[in-house]
Write a protein that binds this ligand. Structure first.
Ligand code: SF4
Length: 430
């Protein structure tokens, strides 16, 4: 991870002593890392920090930031992910190095838009504040003496050099939209949903985004491309077979302006395509919240997107009221939306509509919402999360489901539960 040849030379000078670059457990991240790291490490560091920052975000809206519960939960997460968690630790070189490198990877990924920047800065500030407050007085003074607090302009200046690196840019682009849970492409439930139940399920167990799409489809007998993709893949993820999907969409579309012949010639192809039966035989996976929130915003006449992110707040308020969310709940949800905590708003909506105090999971995917809802509604027995080893690629090429042998060794330790969106496709490219 080298931003300049000057940096490389400095690294060579420092290479003799691994501890020299990290005299303190706390860092101010003034200098980008200068060592060359493997793609495997690059990826795993990035995913771990993303996990950490999501926890920071979650804790920040659930607990008082200076409170004991906040501190103990954050320390537990730092410990679990092997980041420095005690200011006094002496032998945590590896953790400090991971802290340093992962911060800069995410800085690169999150400097690409104002919205991403703000989110990243907020979480990093909270993390830094927590760590700083954990220091003893003398360590705090040492740290302040050590760092140069003068401000330097934004990481974005380093982007041109990394953008020309064809190995890194796909990772960075995906990282800021990345999703770190199961991909819901393996459908244990395939065939277990019957079409007659979809209306009821859309009210009980669909997240707001899918409920909105379902309602629009029923009312207009049509959805535009963005909506068909988002909703069609979600339905596939909850278990609709290809045959059911064809029947479902056809029945609805021919009630509108599309006749059966036009449906069979046009729309049916794209549904088969989504199931990997046409074209490049790419088995598309359902969209994660981050993908829905961050890409392809809806325009006039569209119903896709995330209502917490893309709806006018007044319309959102009316919608929530019509769904019988109590007034205090509506206020809480709108506050979260105002603070741009869209997924946390959705999580709160889940709690309010399922009458639970704490969901006990971090919401990242519409299909996760559905699975958790079904689990609760069936008394906790049904629909557990899918195994996460397949990662999160939005596309999975049927003909190359696993990484090739060379790249497999590069990414071997990463294939547990944290592959980045699109990474598989990236590694299997010729
Ligand atoms: Fe859908 Fe995710 Fe938005 Fe919830 S947060 S409405 S699941 S996109």
């Amino acid at each position: 991870m080298e931003f300049s040849s000057r940096a490389r030379q400095r690294h060579l000078r420092l290479a003799g002593d691994k501890r020299e670059p990290y005299p303190h457990s706390l860092q101010f991240y003034q200098e980008p890392p200068t060592e060359t790291i493997s793609l495997n490490e690059f990826e795993s560091f990035a995913v771990d920090r993303l996990r950490l920052l999501k926890v920071v975000e979650n804790l920040g809206v659930s607990y008082v930031k200076s409170g004991d519960a906040y501190k103990s939960k954050l320390e537990a997460e730092l410990r679990k992910l092997k980041f420095p968690y005690r200011a006094l630790a002496e032998d945590d070189y590896d953790a400090r190095r991971k802290d340093h490198i992962s911060h800069f990877i995410l800085r690169l990924a999150y400097c690409q838009s104002e919205e991403l920047r703000r989110w990243f800065l907020q979480q990093e500030m909270d993390l830094f504040r927590y760590r700083f407050n954990e220091l003893t007085d003398s360590l705090r003074q040492k740290f302040l003496d050590h760092v140069n607090l003068s401000f330097e302009a934004l990481t974005a200046r380093s982007l041109p050099s990394v953008q020309s690196d064809e190995r890194l840019q796909p990772l960075l682009n995906h990282l800021s939209h990345s999703y770190i849970g199961p991909d819901y492409s393996v459908q244990k439930n395939t065939g277990k949903i019957s079409l007659e139940h979809i209306d009821a399920l859309s009210v009980k167990s669909f997240p707001l985004c899918m409920r909105q799409l379902h309602k629009a489809l029923r009312e207009n007998h049509h959805l535009r491309h963005g909506g068909r993709m988002q909703y069609g893949l979600f339905l596939k993820g909850i278990g609709l077979t290809l045959e059911q999907a064809l029947e479902f969409w056809k029945k609805e579309f021919i009630r509108g302006k599309v006749d059966a012949d036009k449906f069979d010639k046009g729309y049916a192809y794209s549904i088969r395509h989504n199931y990997g039966k046409e074209g490049k035989r790419t088995d598309y996976t359902p969209y994660s919240c981050m993908k829905i929130i961050m890409s392809n915003p809806p325009s006039q006449g569209d119903y896709h997107g995330c209502p917490f992110r893309h709806s006018d707040p007044e319309l959102l308020k009316q919608k929530l009221q019509s769904y019988k969310v109590p007034p205090s709940g509506v206020t809480q949800l709108l506050e979260l939306v105002k603070g741009m905590h869209y997924q946390l708003a959705c999580q709160k909506y889940f709690e309010l509509t399922h009458d639970v105090d704490d969901v006990g999971f971090s919401l990242n995917h519409p299909n996760q919402y559905f699975a958790e809802s079904q689990r609760i509604l069936s008394g906790g027995k049904e629909v557990k999360k899918e195994p996460s080893h397949l990662g999160n690629s939005q596309q999975k090429n049927n003909s190359q489901e696993s990484v090739n042998s060379n790249s497999a060794s590069t990414s071997s330790s990463m294939t547990t539960d944290a592959e980045l969106e699109g990474l598989e496709a990236y590694f299997t490219e010729d």
